[in-house]
Design a protein around this ligand. Structure first.
Ligand SMILES: C[S@@+](CC[C@H](N)C(=O)[O-])C[C@H]1O[C@@H](n2cnc3c(N)ncnc32)[C@H](O)[C@@H]1O
Length: 268
């Protein structure tokens, strides 16, 4: 991979996904795309860049799927789930409108939205409650896995036994998320960089461990759009190494990587 090839790949990744690939990620880019080159039986990166130029529509999805980092786990950064359980659930139970909307906006292989579902299901799954968890990601491969809801035992090691028994059924040598949790989650492909079809308002938006891949102008655009879709008394959860400091003045930090809108929006 020459410097020119790397720069072409870096610029395409940035324009299509917002993901910034600095020079220090060159080796990672090389090894992730090598797998794709092998699958296509292409011998060098020059040829692959030409293919991306000539047949961008067909190849772009594979290119993006190869470059995304999808690391996730059940109940990752558990303080967010404790905040849901200890602060939000008791408050929401008193709500008159009985409608809850949660968005997991970079859901990867589904562990995050299913963890949300398992936290909320005992309280809000039945009528008169109307609970929906929207789970979106750019990468179509991870969405296929998320929708299947099948996980190897090693991915479930940190789950409390009672959640394991309630929400997973053995299926061959893997475990399947039960319908009770799965029926609450709606998976869709969505690029955070493009326009979003949802109207909101959401009660909580999870945007965890994806802002780190973006530069400040991209973060600012996305965070300001989150504000538009978040209810005035909603919450935004971000990842452990992320901050809204210097990114947005529309939110107050009220807990560990937990933000609240600080002004009412005039929706008219
Ligand atoms: C490291 S994972 C984080 C998963 C989960 N939120 C968590 O914290 O465990 C980052 C995810 O962001 C997704 N992603 C990257 N760029 C994106 C974009 N422009 N729009 C939507 N999702 C994106 C990737 O496909 C990947 O699945």
């Amino acid at each position: 991979m020459t410097q020119a090839d790397f720069e072409f790949i870096r610029d395409l990744a940035y324009s299509q996904t917002g993901i910034v690939l600095p020079d220090r990620k060159r080796h990672m880019v090389y090894s992730r795309l090598c797998r794709r080159l092998r699958a296509l039986r292409i011998n060098d990166f020059r040829q692959y860049c030409l293919l991306l130029q000539q047949q961008q529509e067909q190849e772009l999805g594979h290119f993006i799927n190869a470059l995304t980092t999808n690391l996730t786990s059940f109940f990752r950064e558990k303080h967010h789930f404790e905040f849901l359980r200890d602060e939000l659930i008791p408050r929401w139970q008193k709500r008159a409108d009985k409608r809850l909307r949660i968005w997991s906006s970079a859901c990867s292989t589904g562990e995050e939205p299913y963890s949300i579902a398992m936290t909320l299901e005992p309280f809000f799954a039945k009528s008169p409650w109307d609970l929906k968890i929207l789970a979106t990601d750019l990468d179509t491969n991870v969405l296929t896995k998320a929708e299947a809801g099948l996980y190897p035992p090693e991915n479930l090691e940190n789950l409390p036994g009672k959640l394991m028994d309630k929400y997973f059924q053995p299926k061959g040598n893997v475990f399947k998320v039960t319908d009770d949790a799965q029926k609450l989650v709606f998976f869709r492909q969505l690029n955070l960089l493009e326009s979003w079809p949802m109207q909101g308002p959401f009660d909580v938006i999870f945007c965890r461990n994806v802002l780190i891949y973006f530069d400040n102008p991209t973060k600012k655009k996305i965070i300001s759009k989150f504000r538009q879709l978040l209810s005035d008394d909603g919450y935004l959860f971000i990842g452990h190494s992320e901050t809204l400091h210097h990114i947005s003045d529309e939110f107050d930090l009220i807990g560990q990587t937990i933000y609240r809108p600080n002004r009412r929006l005039n929706h008219f």
